[in-house]
Design a protein around this ligand. Structure first.
Ligand code: SF4
Ligand code: SF4
Length: 81
């Protein structure tokens, strides 16, 4: 069941991420990082720390992989809310 988000969140699809790190360095809030583990292609995918995203979208626009990042703004519906 989806809920209305009380704050913005960013979700990375690990299998679409190629571990380039551009989202990490583009985030003004410094709330993205690359995990130590690997995805099936051998990349270290990015992930969201879980706190502090403003929904600015900088990571989305920095990412070269169209399906890797989704930014949900405050007030959006999301299953993981
Ligand atoms: S939407 Fe903005 S604040 Fe949120 S993770 Fe992306 S770059 Fe950082
Ligand atoms: S910019 Fe995109 S491809 Fe690069 S690490 Fe971030 S989510 Fe992965």
């Amino acid at each position: 069941m989806s809920k209305i988000l009380e704050e913005a969140i960013t979700v990375v699809s690990p299998e679409h991420c190629k571990g380039c790190g551009l989202c990490v360095i583009s985030c003004p809030q410094d709330v993205l990082f690359q995990i130590d583990g690997f995805n099936s292609k051998g990349y270290h995918p990015a992930d969201y720390t879980g706190e502090g995203c403003t929904g600015c979208g900088m990571c989305f626009y920095a990412c070269p992989e169209p399906a890797a990042i989704t930014v949900y703004k405050k007030g959006a519906e999301h299953d993981a809310a």
